[in-house]
Design a protein around this ligand. Structure first.
Ligand code: 5AD
Ligand code: SF4
Length: 472
């Protein structure tokens, strides 16, 4: 048993990050025990978690298990959790309630709590004392050891908690069962050292550590050989890629080398304005297979609040970067994240955010009400702003964001754009896919279009999506 520890999670040393290549093993004991048993993975949170779930799924298949999408059918349920805001946490607790109910009928269901919530001291303590029926709690640093822990669970029939509050290593060789045959997530780095004052991620994911360039490029080459059309390079703060490596190699270098593999489409998330260099902008502009789409979290339009958030840039510096990207990358679309109601955000501070949105006219924004996270510096600030005001601000901001989303989309009407067709949309038997600029497009078409980049004429635009006709 290993419990998380908030104080240890905060530590950053100069210790060298180890790249471990032979750590992943699946014993015959688990392979035999789990043969033909059914697993269900339920994922909450960001793309990083989505990709971790692809790892979990492949690991379970190496244990001879079969995927199911039904809770009732499952012999094993794994919740891959998110800690970023309170509501993600509430959803998981609700789901645990449902599983407990199921377990009353079907005693042998194995329940696993994984992901960022597992790394939180308060959560793991709660699971240990009040949720004794949860079989295994596994953190973000040791996904590859799942088979080993399950062996203990099936032998000892008691709760096991294996969560490490460490800076973390790089584990290569974990398999992936990818959700798509055309688009793939590729981790380029783990963790974060920015410690924005509201954010739990540096505590749940460890220190910033970059994968070696050759490991990333080889993964992209292999994906391309297997017919993948698009890769998204993943990290909490991708622009800082390489800063922790012994070699002189930056995100701009990585983008260029990835572009040279010849894969059709390259995206990357998430960028921090702090590390966005001119070299990166030049490389994105130079290569047509690096998509003209940048997610550039703003968080607040008030320099005072940005300072309190520990974001390391002023409103003016953000505007300068934004304009530089717009000028140098033709047709670029820019989206953002904004938090409203950071402790003691005044009406004037919030107005600064609205003013900035009016000035920059984002293609889209993901907006959130600030949620205090235990152990972060911001959670200790006494907040005088009532929730009702925060909700009003969020509604006002969303209205403005939607206005500009529609305005930006209108520019696409009657234009011909390239769309990677991913599959069927949920409704109307239409196909769906994204433009290079990350606009969701629904089109009429058939099976043969799936997995291809096709030319589409846009016939109608809405706030969140567009309709179009395939023209070749
Ligand atoms: N409360 C609200 N939103 C948050 N985010 C991160 N931490 C918090 C928090 N404590 C938002 C930020 C980030 C996005 C992934 O989630 O906007 O960019
Ligand atoms: Fe959190 Fe800031 Fe790191 Fe993003 S850059 S993961 S917001 S600490």
């Amino acid at each position: 048993m290993n419990l998380p520890n908030l104080k240890e999670a905060r530590i950053r040393t100069k210790d060298k990050v180890e790249v471990k290549r032979d750590e992943y093993k699946v014993s015959d004991i688990v392979k035999n025990y789990f043969k033909d048993k059914k697993y269900l993975v339920i994922t909450y949170g960001c793309q990083m978690n989505v990709h971790d779930s692809e790892n979990f799924k492949a690991i379970m298949e190496d244990m001879n298990m079969i995927e199911t999408d039904s809770m009732e059918d499952a012999d094993l349920i794994l919740l891959n959790t998110c800690a970023i805001r309170e509501n993600a946490h509430n959803k998981v607790m609700g789901m645990l309630g449902r599983i407990k109910h199921l377990k009353e009928e079907k005693k042998d269901i194995i329940t696993i709590l994984a992901g960022c919530m597992a790394q939180e001291e308060i959560i793991t303590n709660e699971i240990k004392s009040k949720y004794k029926w949860v079989d295994l709690v596994i953190g973000t640093h040791n996904i590859h050891k799942l088979p080993l822990y399950l062996e203990t669970v099936i032998k000892e029939h008691k709760q096991d908690i294996e969560v490490f509050s460490i800076e973390g290593d790089i584990i290569e060789g974990i398999p992936s069962k990818r959700d798509s045959k055309y688009k793939a997530w590729v981790n380029i780095m783990y963790g974060c050292d920015k410690f924005c004052t509201y954010c739990i991620v540096p505590y749940t994911r460890g220190k910033q550590r970059s994968r070696l360039p050759e490991d990333i490029i080889n993964e992209v080459k292999e994906l391309k050989e297997n017919g993948y059309k698009e890769v998204t390079l993943l990290g909490q703060n991708v622009n800082a890629y390489g800063k922790d490596l012994d070699i002189d190699y930056t995100m701009a270098n990585l983008l260029e080398d990835t572009a040279k593999t010849g894969i059709d489409r390259i995206r990357f998330v998430t960028s921090h304005p702090w590390d966005f260099t001119d070299d990166m902008i030049d490389i994105i502009a130079k290569y047509s297979n690096i998509m003209p789409y940048i997610h550039l979290p703003l968080q607040s339009g008030s320099t005072k609040i940005l300072k309190a958030m520990g974001r390391r840039y002023t409103k003016e510096e953000y505007i300068t970067l934004f304009n530089k990207i717009k000028e140098r990358i033709p047709n670029v679309s820019i989206t953002t994240d904004i938090i409203v109601g950071f402790p003691n955000e005044t009406d004037e501070d919030f107005q600064d955010t609205l003013d900035l949105v009016n000035m920059l006219k984002y293609d889209l924004a993901y907006t959130f009400i600030y949620s205090p996270r235990e152990g972060t510096p911001a959670s200790k600030i006494k907040d005088t702003i009532p929730l009702s005001i925060k909700k009003e601000r969020l509604a006002k901001l969303n209205k403005l964001i939607n206005k500009y989303a529609l305005e930006n989309n209108k520019k696409y009407k009657d234009k011909v754009v390239e769309v990677l067709i991913e599959g069927y949309a949920d409704k109307d038997n239409k196909l769906m896919g994204y433009t290079d600029t990350m606009k969701l497009v629904n089109v009429d078409g058939n099976e043969n279009n799936i997995g291809k980049i096709v030319k589409v004429k846009i016939t109608d635009v809405k706030t969140w999506s567009m309709d179009g006709k395939i023209v070749d």
